[in-house]
Ligand binder design. Structure first.
Ligand code: PLP
Length: 491
Protein backbone atom coordinates (compact mmCIF):
# COMPACT_ATOMS: atom_id res chain seq x y z
CA UNK A 1 0.00 0.00 0.00
CA UNK A 2 1.43 3.31 -0.95
CA UNK A 3 2.12 5.85 1.75
CA UNK A 4 3.31 9.34 1.02
CA UNK A 5 2.94 11.41 4.10
CA UNK A 6 2.28 14.21 4.39
CA UNK A 7 0.55 14.74 1.07
CA UNK A 8 2.49 17.62 -0.44
CA UNK A 9 0.67 20.04 -2.71
CA UNK A 10 3.22 22.85 -2.72
CA UNK A 11 5.60 21.51 -5.36
CA UNK A 12 6.35 24.76 -7.14
CA UNK A 13 9.98 25.95 -7.42
CA UNK A 14 10.72 29.14 -9.34
CA UNK A 15 12.21 28.44 -12.74
CA UNK A 16 11.11 24.79 -13.07
CA UNK A 17 9.36 23.94 -16.32
CA UNK A 18 7.35 21.07 -17.75
CA UNK A 19 7.56 22.20 -21.36
CA UNK A 20 9.89 24.31 -23.41
CA UNK A 21 8.33 26.33 -26.18
CA UNK A 22 10.45 26.53 -29.36
CA UNK A 23 11.60 29.91 -30.53
CA UNK A 24 8.91 31.77 -32.41
CA UNK A 25 9.37 31.56 -36.20
CA UNK A 26 6.36 33.68 -37.15
CA UNK A 27 5.77 37.39 -36.50
CA UNK A 28 4.69 37.99 -32.91
CA UNK A 29 1.15 39.24 -32.40
CA UNK A 30 -0.25 41.42 -29.67
CA UNK A 31 -2.82 39.55 -27.60
CA UNK A 32 -5.73 41.84 -26.71
CA UNK A 33 -5.12 42.99 -23.15
CA UNK A 34 -8.63 42.04 -22.04
CA UNK A 35 -7.68 38.41 -22.72
CA UNK A 36 -4.55 38.59 -20.55
CA UNK A 37 -4.22 38.37 -16.80
CA UNK A 38 -1.31 40.07 -15.09
CA UNK A 39 -1.40 37.97 -11.97
CA UNK A 40 -1.46 34.31 -12.86
CA UNK A 41 0.52 32.42 -10.25
CA UNK A 42 0.71 29.03 -11.93
CA UNK A 43 2.84 26.42 -10.19
CA UNK A 44 6.29 26.03 -11.71
CA UNK A 45 6.91 22.30 -11.88
CA UNK A 46 8.72 19.76 -14.02
CA UNK A 47 6.90 17.13 -16.03
CA UNK A 48 7.79 14.31 -13.65
CA UNK A 49 6.48 16.31 -10.66
CA UNK A 50 3.14 16.71 -12.41
CA UNK A 51 2.89 13.07 -13.48
CA UNK A 52 3.73 11.81 -10.00
CA UNK A 53 1.41 14.27 -8.29
CA UNK A 54 -1.65 13.26 -10.28
CA UNK A 55 -0.82 9.57 -10.37
CA UNK A 56 -0.45 9.63 -6.58
CA UNK A 57 -3.79 11.45 -6.17
CA UNK A 58 -5.54 8.97 -8.47
CA UNK A 59 -4.41 6.13 -6.21
CA UNK A 60 -6.21 7.57 -3.18
CA UNK A 61 -9.51 6.89 -4.91
CA UNK A 62 -11.28 3.70 -5.80
CA UNK A 63 -12.11 3.04 -9.45
CA UNK A 64 -13.84 0.30 -11.40
CA UNK A 65 -10.49 -0.37 -13.10
CA UNK A 66 -9.02 -1.27 -9.68
CA UNK A 67 -11.60 -3.56 -8.11
CA UNK A 68 -15.26 -4.40 -7.47
CA UNK A 69 -17.61 -1.39 -7.37
CA UNK A 70 -21.10 -2.57 -6.30
CA UNK A 71 -22.58 0.92 -5.81
CA UNK A 72 -26.30 0.21 -6.03
CA UNK A 73 -28.37 2.06 -8.64
CA UNK A 74 -25.22 3.36 -10.30
CA UNK A 75 -24.39 0.36 -12.54
CA UNK A 76 -20.63 0.68 -12.21
CA UNK A 77 -19.93 -1.89 -14.88
CA UNK A 78 -16.55 -2.16 -16.54
CA UNK A 79 -16.12 0.39 -19.34
CA UNK A 80 -14.58 -1.51 -22.25
CA UNK A 81 -11.43 0.16 -23.59
CA UNK A 82 -12.59 -0.33 -27.17
CA UNK A 83 -15.14 2.43 -26.42
CA UNK A 84 -12.28 4.79 -25.69
CA UNK A 85 -10.38 3.85 -28.84
CA UNK A 86 -13.39 4.64 -31.00
CA UNK A 87 -14.33 7.85 -29.17
CA UNK A 88 -10.79 9.14 -29.76
CA UNK A 89 -10.87 8.65 -33.54
CA UNK A 90 -10.14 12.11 -34.97
CA UNK A 91 -13.27 11.94 -37.16
CA UNK A 92 -15.31 11.89 -33.94
CA UNK A 93 -13.06 13.70 -31.47
CA UNK A 94 -11.78 16.58 -33.59
CA UNK A 95 -14.99 17.84 -35.19
CA UNK A 96 -17.01 20.91 -34.24
CA UNK A 97 -20.76 21.09 -33.63
CA UNK A 98 -21.10 24.08 -35.94
CA UNK A 99 -19.55 22.28 -38.93
CA UNK A 100 -21.65 21.96 -42.07
CA UNK A 101 -23.54 18.65 -41.77
CA UNK A 102 -22.06 17.66 -45.15
CA UNK A 103 -18.63 17.46 -43.51
CA UNK A 104 -19.73 15.35 -40.51
CA UNK A 105 -21.96 12.70 -42.05
CA UNK A 106 -20.16 9.95 -40.09
CA UNK A 107 -21.10 11.17 -36.62
CA UNK A 108 -24.61 12.07 -37.77
CA UNK A 109 -25.05 8.52 -39.12
CA UNK A 110 -23.81 7.15 -35.79
CA UNK A 111 -26.20 9.34 -33.78
CA UNK A 112 -29.08 8.45 -36.07
CA UNK A 113 -28.41 4.75 -35.60
CA UNK A 114 -28.00 5.14 -31.85
CA UNK A 115 -31.38 6.90 -31.67
CA UNK A 116 -32.92 3.97 -33.53
CA UNK A 117 -31.15 1.29 -31.48
CA UNK A 118 -32.30 2.84 -28.21
CA UNK A 119 -35.85 3.17 -29.55
CA UNK A 120 -35.79 -0.48 -30.62
CA UNK A 121 -34.24 -1.82 -27.41
CA UNK A 122 -36.77 -0.04 -25.17
CA UNK A 123 -39.85 -0.01 -27.41
CA UNK A 124 -40.15 3.69 -28.25
CA UNK A 125 -40.85 5.59 -31.46
CA UNK A 126 -38.41 8.48 -31.16
CA UNK A 127 -35.31 9.33 -29.14
CA UNK A 128 -33.36 12.50 -28.34
CA UNK A 129 -29.70 12.15 -27.42
CA UNK A 130 -29.41 15.69 -26.09
CA UNK A 131 -29.76 15.41 -22.27
CA UNK A 132 -26.45 15.22 -20.43
CA UNK A 133 -27.45 12.97 -17.51
CA UNK A 134 -30.27 10.92 -16.08
CA UNK A 135 -31.63 13.81 -14.04
CA UNK A 136 -31.43 16.01 -17.13
CA UNK A 137 -33.35 13.36 -19.08
CA UNK A 138 -36.01 13.35 -16.36
CA UNK A 139 -36.42 17.11 -16.64
CA UNK A 140 -36.64 16.79 -20.42
CA UNK A 141 -39.28 14.07 -20.09
CA UNK A 142 -41.44 15.99 -17.63
CA UNK A 143 -41.19 19.17 -19.73
CA UNK A 144 -42.40 17.07 -22.67
CA UNK A 145 -45.35 15.90 -20.57
CA UNK A 146 -46.16 19.52 -19.70
CA UNK A 147 -45.91 20.59 -23.36
CA UNK A 148 -48.22 17.73 -24.30
CA UNK A 149 -50.94 18.74 -21.83
CA UNK A 150 -50.60 22.39 -22.85
CA UNK A 151 -50.99 21.38 -26.49
CA UNK A 152 -54.32 19.65 -25.84
CA UNK A 153 -55.53 22.47 -23.63
CA UNK A 154 -55.57 20.32 -20.48
CA UNK A 155 -54.41 22.81 -17.87
CA UNK A 156 -55.72 21.16 -14.73
CA UNK A 157 -52.88 18.66 -14.26
CA UNK A 158 -50.79 19.97 -11.42
CA UNK A 159 -49.34 16.89 -9.72
CA UNK A 160 -46.77 14.21 -10.40
CA UNK A 161 -47.06 10.96 -8.45
CA UNK A 162 -43.79 9.42 -7.25
CA UNK A 163 -43.33 6.15 -5.31
CA UNK A 164 -41.56 6.41 -1.94
CA UNK A 165 -38.70 4.20 -3.19
CA UNK A 166 -37.80 6.70 -5.94
CA UNK A 167 -34.42 8.30 -6.47
CA UNK A 168 -34.27 11.87 -5.13
CA UNK A 169 -33.87 13.29 -8.62
CA UNK A 170 -37.49 12.33 -9.44
CA UNK A 171 -39.22 14.70 -6.98
CA UNK A 172 -36.58 17.35 -7.70
CA UNK A 173 -37.36 17.09 -11.41
CA UNK A 174 -41.12 17.31 -10.95
CA UNK A 175 -40.75 20.33 -8.65
CA UNK A 176 -38.40 22.06 -11.10
CA UNK A 177 -40.94 21.57 -13.86
CA UNK A 178 -43.54 23.31 -11.70
CA UNK A 179 -45.49 20.30 -10.42
CA UNK A 180 -46.68 19.38 -6.97
CA UNK A 181 -45.07 16.10 -5.86
CA UNK A 182 -47.31 13.49 -4.26
CA UNK A 183 -45.66 10.43 -2.75
CA UNK A 184 -47.10 6.95 -3.28
CA UNK A 185 -46.38 4.32 -0.61
CA UNK A 186 -44.91 0.91 -1.40
CA UNK A 187 -46.68 -2.25 -0.27
CA UNK A 188 -45.20 -5.08 1.82
CA UNK A 189 -43.67 -6.75 -1.26
CA UNK A 190 -41.94 -3.56 -2.42
CA UNK A 191 -44.44 -2.82 -5.19
CA UNK A 192 -46.35 0.42 -5.66
CA UNK A 193 -49.39 0.16 -3.36
CA UNK A 194 -52.28 -0.13 -5.83
CA UNK A 195 -55.04 1.04 -3.47
CA UNK A 196 -53.02 4.10 -2.60
CA UNK A 197 -52.31 4.75 -6.29
CA UNK A 198 -56.02 4.51 -7.15
CA UNK A 199 -56.81 6.93 -4.35
CA UNK A 200 -54.20 9.48 -5.45
CA UNK A 201 -54.56 9.32 -9.24
CA UNK A 202 -57.13 11.69 -10.74
CA UNK A 203 -57.81 14.49 -13.19
CA UNK A 204 -54.99 16.54 -11.62
CA UNK A 205 -52.38 13.81 -12.33
CA UNK A 206 -49.95 14.83 -15.06
CA UNK A 207 -47.68 11.80 -14.70
CA UNK A 208 -46.47 8.96 -12.58
CA UNK A 209 -42.69 8.76 -12.39
CA UNK A 210 -41.95 5.10 -11.78
CA UNK A 211 -38.65 3.24 -11.68
CA UNK A 212 -39.02 -0.35 -12.81
CA UNK A 213 -37.26 -2.42 -11.62
CA UNK A 214 -37.38 -0.07 -8.68
CA UNK A 215 -34.53 1.03 -6.45
CA UNK A 216 -35.16 -1.98 -4.21
CA UNK A 217 -34.06 -4.04 -7.22
CA UNK A 218 -37.60 -5.42 -7.55
CA UNK A 219 -39.78 -5.76 -10.60
CA UNK A 220 -43.17 -4.21 -9.92
CA UNK A 221 -45.57 -7.14 -10.13
CA UNK A 222 -48.49 -4.89 -11.08
CA UNK A 223 -46.96 -2.77 -13.81
CA UNK A 224 -49.94 -3.47 -16.12
CA UNK A 225 -52.47 -2.27 -13.53
CA UNK A 226 -50.30 0.73 -12.69
CA UNK A 227 -50.16 1.83 -16.32
CA UNK A 228 -53.93 1.24 -16.67
CA UNK A 229 -54.70 3.36 -13.58
CA UNK A 230 -52.59 6.29 -14.79
CA UNK A 231 -53.79 6.15 -18.39
CA UNK A 232 -57.32 5.71 -17.04
CA UNK A 233 -57.18 9.18 -15.49
CA UNK A 234 -55.55 10.68 -18.59
CA UNK A 235 -52.02 10.89 -17.12
CA UNK A 236 -48.70 9.86 -18.64
CA UNK A 237 -46.34 7.16 -17.37
CA UNK A 238 -42.69 8.19 -17.05
CA UNK A 239 -40.18 5.40 -16.48
CA UNK A 240 -36.89 6.31 -14.82
CA UNK A 241 -34.63 4.09 -16.93
CA UNK A 242 -31.62 4.10 -14.62
CA UNK A 243 -32.28 0.43 -13.87
CA UNK A 244 -32.54 -0.62 -17.50
CA UNK A 245 -29.51 -2.90 -17.07
CA UNK A 246 -31.94 -5.56 -15.81
CA UNK A 247 -34.11 -5.54 -18.93
CA UNK A 248 -32.01 -5.49 -22.12
CA UNK A 249 -33.48 -7.89 -24.65
CA UNK A 250 -35.99 -9.10 -22.04
CA UNK A 251 -38.66 -6.39 -21.66
CA UNK A 252 -39.44 -3.17 -23.50
CA UNK A 253 -40.88 -0.44 -21.28
CA UNK A 254 -42.53 1.19 -24.32
CA UNK A 255 -44.49 -2.00 -24.95
CA UNK A 256 -45.56 -2.12 -21.31
CA UNK A 257 -47.34 1.21 -21.77
CA UNK A 258 -44.63 3.62 -20.65
CA UNK A 259 -44.93 6.92 -22.54
CA UNK A 260 -41.55 8.49 -21.74
CA UNK A 261 -38.28 7.08 -20.43
CA UNK A 262 -34.73 8.28 -20.00
CA UNK A 263 -31.72 6.04 -20.55
CA UNK A 264 -28.55 6.45 -18.56
CA UNK A 265 -26.02 5.66 -21.28
CA UNK A 266 -23.37 6.04 -18.56
CA UNK A 267 -24.94 3.21 -16.59
CA UNK A 268 -26.52 0.66 -18.90
CA UNK A 269 -24.40 1.31 -21.97
CA UNK A 270 -20.95 1.40 -20.37
CA UNK A 271 -19.93 5.00 -20.83
CA UNK A 272 -17.78 6.07 -17.88
CA UNK A 273 -19.27 7.99 -14.97
CA UNK A 274 -18.52 9.17 -11.51
CA UNK A 275 -16.44 12.12 -10.45
CA UNK A 276 -18.82 14.46 -12.24
CA UNK A 277 -17.70 13.42 -15.68
CA UNK A 278 -19.97 13.78 -18.68
CA UNK A 279 -22.97 11.48 -18.91
CA UNK A 280 -25.81 11.01 -21.34
CA UNK A 281 -29.48 10.80 -20.44
CA UNK A 282 -31.11 10.10 -23.81
CA UNK A 283 -34.93 10.27 -23.77
CA UNK A 284 -37.32 7.96 -25.61
CA UNK A 285 -41.01 8.70 -26.23
CA UNK A 286 -44.03 7.12 -27.87
CA UNK A 287 -45.23 8.49 -31.22
CA UNK A 288 -47.78 10.96 -29.80
CA UNK A 289 -44.99 12.77 -27.92
CA UNK A 290 -42.27 12.70 -30.61
CA UNK A 291 -43.02 16.22 -31.85
CA UNK A 292 -42.15 17.67 -28.42
CA UNK A 293 -38.61 16.26 -28.20
CA UNK A 294 -35.73 18.71 -27.78
CA UNK A 295 -34.20 19.68 -31.09
CA UNK A 296 -32.55 19.45 -33.39
CA UNK A 297 -32.62 15.71 -34.06
CA UNK A 298 -30.71 13.78 -36.72
CA UNK A 299 -32.96 12.62 -39.53
CA UNK A 300 -32.12 10.54 -42.57
CA UNK A 301 -33.14 11.19 -46.18
CA UNK A 302 -32.06 8.09 -48.03
CA UNK A 303 -30.57 8.83 -51.43
CA UNK A 304 -30.31 12.59 -50.78
CA UNK A 305 -27.15 14.61 -50.40
CA UNK A 306 -26.48 15.09 -47.57
CA UNK A 307 -28.18 11.96 -46.31
CA UNK A 308 -28.24 12.98 -42.62
CA UNK A 309 -29.40 16.41 -41.51
CA UNK A 310 -30.59 18.21 -38.37
CA UNK A 311 -34.31 18.82 -38.04
CA UNK A 312 -36.51 20.38 -35.39
CA UNK A 313 -39.45 18.34 -34.07
CA UNK A 314 -42.67 20.26 -34.92
CA UNK A 315 -43.55 21.34 -31.34
CA UNK A 316 -40.13 20.96 -29.71
CA UNK A 317 -39.67 22.04 -26.10
CA UNK A 318 -36.46 23.65 -27.39
CA UNK A 319 -32.84 23.00 -26.63
CA UNK A 320 -31.87 21.58 -23.27
CA UNK A 321 -28.13 21.35 -24.01
CA UNK A 322 -25.69 23.54 -25.88
CA UNK A 323 -25.29 21.83 -29.24
CA UNK A 324 -26.09 18.11 -29.38
CA UNK A 325 -25.33 16.53 -26.00
CA UNK A 326 -22.18 14.71 -24.93
CA UNK A 327 -21.35 13.23 -28.30
CA UNK A 328 -18.33 11.27 -27.06
CA UNK A 329 -20.75 9.29 -24.90
CA UNK A 330 -22.89 8.56 -27.94
CA UNK A 331 -19.88 7.03 -29.68
CA UNK A 332 -19.10 4.87 -26.64
CA UNK A 333 -22.70 3.68 -26.20
CA UNK A 334 -23.00 2.94 -29.91
CA UNK A 335 -19.78 0.93 -29.77
CA UNK A 336 -21.05 -1.01 -26.77
CA UNK A 337 -24.31 -1.89 -28.50
CA UNK A 338 -22.52 -2.99 -31.68
CA UNK A 339 -19.89 -4.99 -29.78
CA UNK A 340 -22.59 -6.91 -27.89
CA UNK A 341 -25.25 -7.27 -30.55
CA UNK A 342 -28.83 -8.20 -29.65
CA UNK A 343 -27.93 -11.56 -28.08
CA UNK A 344 -25.05 -10.06 -26.17
CA UNK A 345 -27.24 -7.34 -24.66
CA UNK A 346 -29.72 -9.91 -23.43
CA UNK A 347 -26.84 -11.84 -21.92
CA UNK A 348 -25.70 -8.66 -20.16
CA UNK A 349 -29.00 -8.37 -18.32
CA UNK A 350 -29.29 -12.08 -17.59
CA UNK A 351 -25.81 -12.12 -16.09
CA UNK A 352 -26.44 -8.94 -14.11
CA UNK A 353 -29.60 -10.44 -12.59
CA UNK A 354 -27.85 -13.75 -11.92
CA UNK A 355 -24.93 -12.05 -10.16
CA UNK A 356 -27.27 -10.06 -7.90
CA UNK A 357 -29.33 -13.09 -6.96
CA UNK A 358 -26.16 -15.09 -6.28
CA UNK A 359 -24.87 -12.46 -3.87
CA UNK A 360 -28.24 -12.14 -2.17
CA UNK A 361 -28.46 -15.92 -1.69
CA UNK A 362 -24.98 -16.08 -0.17
CA UNK A 363 -25.36 -13.08 2.14
CA UNK A 364 -28.85 -13.66 3.48
CA UNK A 365 -27.69 -15.98 6.30
CA UNK A 366 -25.80 -13.15 7.95
CA UNK A 367 -27.65 -10.02 6.79
CA UNK A 368 -31.35 -9.16 6.71
CA UNK A 369 -32.82 -8.94 3.21
CA UNK A 370 -35.13 -5.94 2.94
CA UNK A 371 -37.71 -7.63 0.68
CA UNK A 372 -37.61 -11.37 0.53
CA UNK A 373 -38.16 -12.29 -3.10
CA UNK A 374 -35.93 -12.82 -6.15
CA UNK A 375 -34.32 -9.58 -7.20
CA UNK A 376 -33.46 -8.11 -10.56
CA UNK A 377 -29.99 -6.60 -11.10
CA UNK A 378 -29.56 -5.32 -7.54
CA UNK A 379 -30.87 -5.93 -4.03
CA UNK A 380 -31.06 -4.20 -0.68
CA UNK A 381 -29.78 -5.58 2.62
CA UNK A 382 -30.53 -4.03 5.96
CA UNK A 383 -27.83 -3.91 8.65
CA UNK A 384 -30.40 -4.07 11.46
CA UNK A 385 -28.83 -7.26 12.90
CA UNK A 386 -25.40 -5.63 12.99
CA UNK A 387 -26.87 -2.47 14.50
CA UNK A 388 -27.72 -4.45 17.65
CA UNK A 389 -23.96 -4.68 18.17
CA UNK A 390 -23.51 -0.98 17.46
CA UNK A 391 -22.32 -1.48 13.89
CA UNK A 392 -24.16 0.58 11.31
CA UNK A 393 -24.43 0.38 7.51
CA UNK A 394 -21.90 3.21 7.23
CA UNK A 395 -19.38 1.25 9.34
CA UNK A 396 -19.73 -1.79 7.09
CA UNK A 397 -19.24 0.43 4.06
CA UNK A 398 -16.05 1.88 5.55
CA UNK A 399 -14.73 -1.54 6.56
CA UNK A 400 -15.10 -2.80 2.98
CA UNK A 401 -12.52 -0.22 1.94
CA UNK A 402 -9.93 -2.18 3.96
CA UNK A 403 -10.53 -5.10 1.61
CA UNK A 404 -9.91 -2.91 -1.43
CA UNK A 405 -13.60 -3.03 -2.33
CA UNK A 406 -15.91 -0.11 -3.05
CA UNK A 407 -18.88 -0.04 -0.67
CA UNK A 408 -22.46 -0.47 -1.79
CA UNK A 409 -24.86 2.48 -1.72
CA UNK A 410 -25.88 3.12 1.90
CA UNK A 411 -29.02 4.63 3.49
CA UNK A 412 -30.88 4.52 0.16
CA UNK A 413 -33.66 3.72 -0.63
CA UNK A 414 -34.92 5.71 2.33
CA UNK A 415 -37.69 3.24 3.16
CA UNK A 416 -35.17 0.57 4.27
CA UNK A 417 -33.45 1.16 7.64
CA UNK A 418 -29.65 0.80 7.53
CA UNK A 419 -29.87 0.08 3.81
CA UNK A 420 -26.98 -1.49 1.90
CA UNK A 421 -27.89 -1.47 -1.77
CA UNK A 422 -25.75 -3.85 -3.79
CA UNK A 423 -25.42 -3.92 -7.59
CA UNK A 424 -22.67 -6.25 -8.81
CA UNK A 425 -23.26 -5.81 -12.60
CA UNK A 426 -22.58 -8.50 -15.17
CA UNK A 427 -18.92 -7.73 -15.64
CA UNK A 428 -17.59 -9.40 -12.47
CA UNK A 429 -16.12 -12.89 -12.34
CA UNK A 430 -17.30 -15.52 -9.86
CA UNK A 431 -13.96 -15.08 -8.03
CA UNK A 432 -14.62 -11.37 -7.54
CA UNK A 433 -18.18 -11.98 -6.36
CA UNK A 434 -16.87 -14.59 -3.91
CA UNK A 435 -14.20 -12.23 -2.62
CA UNK A 436 -16.94 -9.71 -1.86
CA UNK A 437 -19.02 -12.38 -0.09
CA UNK A 438 -15.98 -13.43 1.98
CA UNK A 439 -15.38 -9.83 3.02
CA UNK A 440 -19.04 -9.28 3.93
CA UNK A 441 -19.17 -12.52 5.96
CA UNK A 442 -15.97 -11.61 7.79
CA UNK A 443 -17.41 -8.18 8.58
CA UNK A 444 -20.58 -9.83 9.92
CA UNK A 445 -18.34 -11.87 12.28
CA UNK A 446 -16.41 -8.78 13.28
CA UNK A 447 -19.64 -6.90 13.99
CA UNK A 448 -20.52 -9.56 16.54
CA UNK A 449 -17.13 -10.21 18.12
CA UNK A 450 -15.10 -7.08 17.54
CA UNK A 451 -17.49 -4.25 16.69
CA UNK A 452 -14.91 -1.56 17.43
CA UNK A 453 -12.77 -2.76 14.55
CA UNK A 454 -15.66 -2.07 12.17
CA UNK A 455 -16.74 1.13 13.87
CA UNK A 456 -13.31 2.68 13.40
CA UNK A 457 -12.69 1.47 9.87
CA UNK A 458 -11.14 2.10 7.44
CA UNK A 459 -7.70 1.22 8.79
CA UNK A 460 -5.73 0.70 5.61
CA UNK A 461 -6.62 3.65 3.42
CA UNK A 462 -4.52 6.78 3.08
CA UNK A 463 -7.30 8.92 4.50
CA UNK A 464 -9.31 7.49 7.36
CA UNK A 465 -12.90 8.40 8.14
CA UNK A 466 -13.79 11.81 6.81
CA UNK A 467 -16.31 14.22 8.23
CA UNK A 468 -18.76 13.82 5.38
CA UNK A 469 -21.29 16.34 6.64
CA UNK A 470 -18.62 19.00 6.91
CA UNK A 471 -17.19 18.02 3.53
CA UNK A 472 -20.64 18.59 2.02
CA UNK A 473 -21.43 21.81 3.83
CA UNK A 474 -18.02 23.39 3.37
CA UNK A 475 -17.16 22.06 -0.03
CA UNK A 476 -13.53 22.94 -0.69
CA UNK A 477 -12.28 21.31 -3.84
CA UNK A 478 -9.97 23.96 -5.14
CA UNK A 479 -6.31 24.26 -4.44
CA UNK A 480 -5.41 27.93 -4.20
CA UNK A 481 -2.04 28.73 -5.69
CA UNK A 482 0.43 30.68 -3.59
CA UNK A 483 1.63 33.91 -5.10
CA UNK A 484 5.06 33.93 -6.76
CA UNK A 485 6.34 36.10 -3.95
CA UNK A 486 5.25 33.63 -1.31
CA UNK A 487 6.84 30.73 -3.19
CA UNK A 488 10.05 32.70 -3.64
CA UNK A 489 10.09 33.67 0.02
CA UNK A 490 9.65 30.07 1.18
CA UNK A 491 12.36 28.57 -1.03
C1 PLP B 1 -28.56 7.42 -11.32
C2 PLP B 1 -30.01 7.56 -11.15
C3 PLP B 1 -30.69 8.73 -11.54
C4 PLP B 1 -29.99 9.99 -11.99
O1 PLP B 1 -29.11 9.81 -13.06
P1 PLP B 1 -27.85 10.78 -13.24
O2 PLP B 1 -27.28 10.38 -14.53
O3 PLP B 1 -26.96 10.53 -12.06
O4 PLP B 1 -28.37 12.20 -13.24
C5 PLP B 1 -32.06 8.75 -11.44
N1 PLP B 1 -32.74 7.70 -10.97
C6 PLP B 1 -32.13 6.58 -10.57
C7 PLP B 1 -32.96 5.42 -10.06
C8 PLP B 1 -30.74 6.47 -10.63
O5 PLP B 1 -30.13 5.36 -10.22
Amino acid sequence: MLQVEPLIFELSKPGRRGVSVPECDVPEQEIPSELCREQLPLPEVSEIDVVRHFTRLSQFNHAVDINFYPLGSCTMKYNPKINEVLARLPGFAAIHPLQDPRTVQGILALMYRLQNYLAEIAGFDAVSLQPAAGAHGELTGILIARAYFDSIGDHGRTTVLIPDSAHGTNPATAAMAGYKVVEVKSDARGNVDLDELRRLAGPDTAALMITNPNTLGLWDEHIDEIVAIIHGVGGLVYNDGANFNALLGIAKPGELGVDIMHFNLHKTFSTPHGGGGPGSGAVGVKAHLAKFLPGPIVVRHEGSDPEYTWEWPAASIGKIHGFHGNVGMHVRAYTYIRMNGADGLRQVSEDAVLAANYLMARLRERYDVAYDRPCMHEFVLSATRQKQHGVRAMDIAKRLLDFGLHPPTVYFPLIVPEALMIEPTETESLETLNAFVDAMLQIADEAEHNPELVQHAPHRTFYKRLDEVRANRELNLRWEPQTREAVAASS
